[in-house]
Design a binder for this molecule. Structure first.
Ligand SMILES: Cc1cc2nc3c(=O)[nH]c(=O)nc-3n(C[C@H](O)[C@H](O)[C@H](O)COP(=O)(O)OP(=O)(O)OC[C@H]3O[C@@H](n4cnc5c(N)ncnc54)[C@H](O)[C@@H]3O)c2cc1C
Length: 322
């Protein structure tokens, strides 16, 4: 049968917690958060190497609605940031919504009921109208480059880009990619309708992928920064998701699916702007993928991204009423 909610969130890092807090502030209590670990904190829980700290000033690298005058240094260290996030989860009463040790391995959109059906590694099932992935930058690994009408996602994660590997991160690796799916090292074949192509992941505003209705990614493709706080970007994305929730409720919408041409136009414009930056000048960096495309960075000012995500625009989406 599975647990049902209006919104299902994956992850309890800055992204997942921000979504949860903002949902509560919006009066939405009917949400569940799935977290594969046994505690909240995301990257700041998983990284504890000596000297681990943020490289953006802490007053900027914290939630705008939860300022912390007590940062002990300008660039806080990992224990302090992790404690801040745990404190937020407690203060805003998020913990009752979290299902820990819930490693999401599959998400399928059931068109008939306009519901996401999400499975965890231990066989639990969760159903929800809206799915928000705050699974970290690794989420971009499974954002498909092409649209599909059959939305099913298997979560094959590489080692998270920022994280130091831990011994307990040994997972099923991919042995072979076939036209209709992937074979993992445990010998299982997993059918895949869509496989991320060579060009790399794409999403409208780094948030929505055509063919994957009612799904939003936080920290998706081309929303990364090399110069400022990701928390500012995450809050912008969550603003957009909250406005989508608001709009769907107000207009009685069951399904929102970004129009392919809107996504294509956004991607084209973003890539054009990136080509004019230092990252597009031919130098090599981990922002650029094997095919030479920058699928990582936002090409401009953070306030421009804030403006672009200020409102959910129904006209950009194919809509289905309830
Ligand atoms: C050492 C370090 C320093 C950094 N410094 C800065 C900085 O100074 N400024 C800056 O802007 N950014 C910095 N970053 C980037 C940082 O990743 C982001 O700022 C931000 O913390 C990302 O938050 P998130 O919630 O999106 O992702 P994460 O923190 O990665 O959280 C994702 C959560 O999802 C969970 N999850 C993942 N997959 C699944 C699954 N399949 N099922 C269930 N749960 C799942 C994970 O367990 C995790 O809790 C730094 C990162 C690191 C590692």
């Amino acid at each position: 049968m599975g647990e049902r909610s209006t919104v299902l969130v994956i992850g309890t890092g800055f992204s997942g917690l921000c979504t949860a807090i903002r949902l509560k502030q919006e009066g939405v209590e009917d949400f569940v958060i799935l977290e594969r670990a046994a505690d909240v904190g995301g990257t700041w829980r998983d990284n504890n190497y000596p000297g681990c700290a943020c490289d953006v000033q802490s007053h900027l690298y914290s939630f705008s609605f939860e300022k912390n005058p007590d940062w002990s240094r300008q660039f806080a260290t990992q224990p302090e940031i992790w404690a801040y996030l745990r404190g937020c989860a407690e203060k805003y009463n998020i913990l009752p919504h979290v299902r820990f040790n819930a490693n999401v391995v599959n998400a399928r959109f059931d068109e008939a009921s306009a519901t996401w059906v999400v499975r965890t590694e231990d066989g639990r099932e969760f159903k929800s109208q809206l799915l928000v992935s705050g699974a970290g930058a690794s989420a971009i690994e499974f954002v498909p480059q092409i649209a599909s009408k059959v939305a099913t996602l298997d979560y094959f994660q590489r080692t998270p880009p920022w994280a130091m590997p831990k011994p307990d991160w040994v997972r099923t690796a991919i042995r072979e990619v076939k036209p209709d799916g992937v074979v993992t090292t445990d010998g299982k074949t997993r059918k895949a309708d869509v496989w991320q192509g060579q060009g790399g992941p794409e999403a409208y505003l780094g948030l929505a992928v055509s063919g994957f209705p009612n799904l939003f990614f936080l920290m998706g493709p081309n929303t990364g920064l090399g110069h400022s706080s990701m928390v500012y970007m995450i809050e912008s994305q969550v603003n957009y998701v909250i406005d989508a929730v608001r709009t769907m409720k107000a207009q009685g919408l069951a399904v929102v699916d970004v129009r392919p041409e809107v996504q294509a136009q956004f991607v084209k414009k973003t890539q054009k702007r990136l080509a004019a930056t230092v990252w597009g000048s031919g130098c090599k960096s981990w922002y650029i993928n094997e095919s030479g495309k920058n699928t990582t960075l936002w090409p401009g000012f953070t306030f421009r991204y804030r403006a672009a995500t200020n409102r959910f625009t129904p006209g950009d989406y194919v809509l289905k009423a309830k």
